[in-house]
Write a protein that binds this ligand. Sequence first.
Ligand code: ZN
Length: 257
Amino acid sequence: MKNKIKVTVWNENRHETHDGIIRKKRAGDDACRMHYPQGMHAAIKAALDLDGSFEVDCAWLDKDDEHGLSEEVLANTDVLFWWGHCAHGEVKDEVVDRIQKRVLEGMGLVVIHSGHKSKIFMRLMGTSCDLLYRVAAEKERVWVVEKAHPIAEGLPAYFELPHTEMYGERFEIPAPKDTVFISWYEGGEVFRSGLTFERGYGRIFYFAPGHEAYPIFHDKNVQRVLCNAAKWCAPRYRSSYGCKCMEPLEELKSRGE
Ligand code: ZN
């Protein structure tokens, strides 16, 4: 039997857990709790579990003092999912360093929605990752533009999300490897909503849908994208980095005394 892909789903988990006093309530918190009573990470895990190809664990910002992402956890992770929004700045730099190193060594990374402004995504892109946004519960039509891409497997030509947050161009990122999806929004904007990148030996997939106030992770097509992305991002090769002094393979005849 084929080994299962080990996935760690990381969720900031703050919209789900604000106490209204120390952490003030944000727009969308109530809707988030209604759609995701166990947290968005639990909904993403449930979708991956249903596929049967993955062994899934969850971690979140306040899980422990390393945000649930110790060296040991990352050493046991093939693909890391990342959802963050209002507390990007609270993610410790040493944990970001650790994730970046693992990606360069071959770990996959799936960054969802507002994770575009996470420390790890901005670090790996090297740009501001800014975009346009609007929260108005409008319709999104996600067009599959690379039909043969493994992340598009089993999807129709397009699918619609009845209520979404608009993300618009220009998305300030370096040129992606593949543009798998482009979204159109009811208000008129378009956005490159499914993008792949490679950094070192690691594969990265960015997916725009996933606003906390709408039941987007319960959508069957979105769930299919997440499963396909976890498979595509799974490591094919892993190696550590480091410069090495190389002895010549042949005698160097031109070298002086
Ligand atoms: Zn959002």
